[in-house]
Design a protein around this ligand. Structure first.
Ligand SMILES: C[C@@](CO)(OP(=O)(O)O)[C@H](O)COP(=O)(O)OP(=O)(O)OC[C@H]1O[C@@H](n2ccc(N)nc2=O)[C@H](O)[C@@H]1O
Ligand SMILES: Nc1ncnc2c1ncn2[C@@H]1O[C@H](COP(=O)(O)OP(=O)(O)O)[C@@H](O)[C@H]1O
Length: 272
């Protein structure tokens, strides 16, 4: 059996810089991955999918990105998806799962295909699951040096936010790109740089789901040095000073009935 982790994707900064004629938006995003995520297990055999884990109930086994990824390369395997991330939540769960299936099938002899952004705009960046600048509609990737260690809390208030509706709610589609991304010497340097950036999808997401503003305020109230939404929401992240502060904040925010986890950055996926 082959096991692949599918780490949660975080857009630490996300600028929307334009729109293509087909309606897809041009992005400029600093993307990294957390040490929390879904898990994929592949066993050689006829193609099938089973799903377990805390968020399994939100998903269908028919039209699932795991199966679409396997079909793209003609992979034959029984796929078991353990769904630990909330669905449709701005942390790339479906894209991370599809990328993990492709990585696993590559280990079984199916080379990684071209054009994986057709499965989902976040699939290319999820294939490497290491820090990157993501541009184009998600397919233009520039790998970045390792980020400084981060003490993160991820919080989702339990509402699924549909990505197309959030893009449709943008007031401005031609925003400035990210400033140049330096190699960050430490977390203070990263926080200083992040302070000059935004998530352009945050205002339309808050308009659609005002509880996101409550989540951000609650993260700040727990001492987050930066609180921001990831992707099209509704998951938000906080960057804390140390692991203890992150653990205490996650425990306090979970008492609101929210999904809240303290975590770190992911290490690069194992190759095998
Ligand atoms: C916004 C981002 C930022 O990382 O993250 P999430 O909120 O999904 O995590 C991604 O670009 C989302 O990626 P993903 O969720 O894979 O998107 P897709 O399935 O390809 O597209 C869903 C829909 O979002 C819109 N979309 C997506 C990507 C993009 N660059 N421009 C868009 O306008 C389109 O309306 C598209 O039909
Ligand atoms: N394996 C999967 N995990 C999550 N969502 C999936 C999966 N397969 C298909 N989907 C569908 O993709 C949509 C986007 O989900 P997801 O990738 O979790 O969003 P986001 O990138 O915003 O976190 C959902 O509406 C969901 O029904």
């Amino acid at each position: 059996m082959i096991i692949e982790a599918a780490p949660a994707k975080l857009n630490l900064a996300l600028h929307v810089t334009g729109r293509r004629p087909d309606g897809y938006h041009l992005l400029d995003s600093l993307v990294c991955f957390a040490a929390v995520g879904d898990s994929i297990a592949l066993t050689p055999g006829p193609l099938s999918l089973s799903i377990d884990g805390p968020f399994a109930a939100g998903l269908s086994t028919d039209d699932n990105l795991c199966l679409r990824a396997a079909r793209l390369v003609g992979g034959q395997a029984a796929i078991r998806l353990t769904k630990a991330l909330p669905v449709a939540s701005g942390i790339g769960g479906g894209s991370a799962d599809a990328a993990a299936v492709l990585r696993g099938l590559a280990r079984m002899g199916h080379p990684l295909p071209e054009g994986t952004e057709r499965l989902g705009a976040d699939v290319p960046v999820c294939l490497a699951s290491t820090p990157a600048r993501m541009q184009g509609v998600g397919e233009v990737l520039t790998p970045l040096p390792a980020l400084p260690p981060l003490h993160l809390v991820l919080v989702n208030p339990g509402i699924a936010v549909p990505t197309p509706a959030i893009f449709a709610g943008l007031r401005s589609r031609d925003n400035p790109p990210l400033p140049p991304i330096p190699a960050f010497a430490d977390v203070d340097a990263l926080l200083g740089w992040l302070g000059t950036t935004r998530n352009d999808l945050q205002p339309p997401a808050i308009a659609a789901a005002p509880v996101i503003a409550d989540v951000l305020q609650a993260l700040e109230g727990q001492g987050a040095r930066l609180a921001r939404m990831s992707g099209s929401g509704a998951t938000c992240f906080g960057i804390f000073a140390d692991p203890g502060a992150a653990e205490r904040a996650a425990a306090a925010l979970a008492r609101n009935g929210w999904w809240a986890v303290a975590t770190e950055l992911a290490s690069a996926p194992a190759r095998g």
